[in-house]
Design a protein around this ligand. Structure first.
Ligand code: PRP
Ligand code: URA
Length: 207
């Protein structure tokens, strides 16, 4: 299932991210605003359980999160979504996976992995602003499903290419994807068109 946000403020902020004249400070701020809306949408996959709460007037029913929620940003660019997601889901745990795309082969290379213990019912929300070939996300999903107990992952991106979506659907058909924009295609070096360029470099000011 793929959900594309349709929200005027998100469309305005995506335009700020795309603009090559946007400076690092404005880029980070727009990423943060989009991230909060993405977090609200991704959080629809969280399960809650009923609890009882006492208001100043009477007892009533309320809700608590039923299971662990673990945010898993893909370094580096995924770093830009951690703050907006913890704003919206303050009790989420955070793990990190560091992947870099070999720009010649477009294959994914892992250089860091530090993730809290996961249980069958843990919900892992994978954060990566750019879903291009889908190599980074599929590497992460393979690792989650083969080397951890979790059975529930959600993928969050800011900009997705159809090629990346198709790869996830082909390899992990039950994993929901939430994105702020579905772009046209990849160019011949694996960049998303129209895209926004290199998200990691633009977010970290390392162009
Ligand atoms: C970028 C981006 C994604 C990946 C997407 O990372 O942040 O992780 O490429 O491409 P894919 O879908 O084809 O795998 P990059 O390797 O540029 O590293 P960075 O975030 O450290 O800049
Ligand atoms: N990674 C990026 O940062 N941008 C793209 O367009 C593709 C992969």
């Amino acid at each position: 299932m793929v959900t594309v946000l349709e929200h005027p403020l998100v469309q305005r902020d995506i335009t700020i991210l795309r603009d090559k004249l946007t400076n690092t400070q404005e880029f980070r701020a727009a990423m943060r605003r989009i991230g909060r809306v993405l977090a609200c949408e991704a959080a629809k996959h969280i399960e809650v359980r009923k609890v009882t709460v006492e208001t100043p007037l009477e007892m009533t029913e309320g809700y608590k999160l039923a299971n662990d929620v673990v945010l898993l940003p893909v370094l580096r660019a995924g770093n830009g979504l951690v703050e907006p997601f913890t704003d919206v889901i303050p009790d989420a745990k955070v793990g990190y996976i560091g992947l870099r795309r070999n720009e010649e082969t477009l294959q994914t290379e892992e250089y860091y992995y530090n993730v809290p213990e996961l249980h069958t019912a843990s919900l892992v929300i994978i954060l990566d602003p750019m879903l291009a070939t889908g190599g980074s996300i599929c590497t992460t999903l393979d690792k989650m499903f083969h080397s951890s107990a979790t059975r529930k992952c959600v993928v969050v991106s800011v900009i997705a290419a159809p090629e990346g979506i198709q790869r996830i659907v082909a390899n992990h058909p039950n994993v929901p994807v939430v994105t702020a924009s579905l772009d046209r295609c990849l160019n011949d070096v694996g960049y998303i068109l129209p895209g926004l360029g290199d998200a990691g470099d633009r977010y970290h000011g390392t162009m």
